[in-house]
Ligand binder design. Structure first.
Ligand code: BG6
Ligand code: MG
Length: 214
C-alpha cells in the first residue's frame, strides 16, 4: 500500500521547466549551438553541470572546468531572474489541492528535486510548509537517473521505497524512481515517460483513486 507521494518540482508542481529551457537556450545561442525542445528533454531532471555538458556534447564543444563553471553560473543567474519575476499562480492548477487531499487521507508528501533552487522556488509559490520532507540538489551527489534523491526522501519520511510513489515529468526522473524501487506517475507524454506505471497529462489530473491502480 502506498504511504507517501514524492513530488519532483520543475515541470510537476510549477512551470519552471520552461524557465530552465529558456535559460539553456539563451546560453546555447551565445555559444552558437543549436538546441531544440527535443534536445531539452535530455536535460530534464538532470543537474546543472550535467545539463551544460549535454549541451556542449550536442554542439561538439570542449571547454575547461573553469569556463564550464562560469557558464553554469551565468545560466543560473538567468534562471533565477526568470523565477523571481514569476507569479505565485504559476503553480500548476490543482496541485495545492492534491497535496491537501493526500495529507487528509493520511499519506505523507515529500519534495525531491535535483534543483539547488528548489527551496527558493517553493517559497515563491507559497508551498514551503506543505511537505513532510524536502530533498534538493544541495543534498545529493548523484543526478537522476541515479535514485539517490528519492531514496533520501523516503529515508527522511522514515519509509521504505516500496511505500512510495514518485511524480515525475523527466525521463531521467522516471528511471530514477524505478531504480529506487518505487512506483512512478509520469506527468506529460507517454512518448517520453512510457516506463512509468501511469502517465497523466497534468499533476492536477491525479486523484486518490489512481493510487489503487498503481
Ligand atoms: C531539475 C530540472 O529539477 O533541476 C533541471 O529538471 C535542472 O532542468 C536541475 O537542470 C538543476 O537545477 P538547478 O536549479 O540546480 O540548476
Ligand atoms: Mg522535473
Amino acid at each position: 500500500m502506498i504511504k507517501a507521494c514524492i513530488f519532483d518540482l520543475d515541470g510537476v508542481i510549477v512551470d519552471t521547466a520552461r524557465y530552465h529551457y529558456l535559460a539553456w537556450q539563451r546560453l546555447a545561442k551565445e555559444l552558437g549551438i543549436s538546441f531544440t525542445l527535443e534536445d531539452n528533454e535530455r536535460l530534464k531532471g538532470v543537474s546543472r553541470m550535467r545539463s551544460l555538458e549535454i549541451i556542449l556534447e550536442i554542439g561538439g564543444v570542449t571547454l575547461d572546468e573553469k569556463k564550464k563553471e562560469e557558464l553554469a553560473v551565468k545560466k543560473n543567474q538567468w534562471f533565477v531572474d526568470y523565477v523571481n519575476a514569476m507569479k505565485p499562480d504559476e503553480i500548476f492548477p490543482g496541485v495545492k489541492d492534491l497535496l491537501q487531499k493526500l495529507k487528509a487521507k493520511g499519506l505523507k508528501v515529500a519534495l525531491a528535486s535535483s534543483s539547488k533552487n528548489a527551496k527558493a522556488v517553493i517559497k515563491l509559490i507559497h508551498i514551503e510548509n506543505d511537505f513532510d520532507a524536502i530533498v534538493d540538489g544541495t543534498m545529493t551527489t548523484h543526478t537522476k537517473p541515479d535514485p539517490e534523491v528519492f531514496l533520501l526522501a523516503a529515508k527522511h519520511l522514515g519509509l521504505s521505497p516500496v511505500d512510495c510513489v514518485v511524480f515525475e515529468d523527466a525521463e531521467a526522473g522516471v528511471e530514477a524512481a524505478l531504480n529506487a524501487g518505487m512506483k512512478c506517475v509520469g506527468i506529460g507524454s507517454p512518448k517520453q515517460l512510457g516506463k512509468a506505471n501511469l502517465v497523466i497529462a497534468h499533476t492536477g489530473d491525479f486523484s486518490i483513486d489512481h493510487l489503487n491502480s498503481l
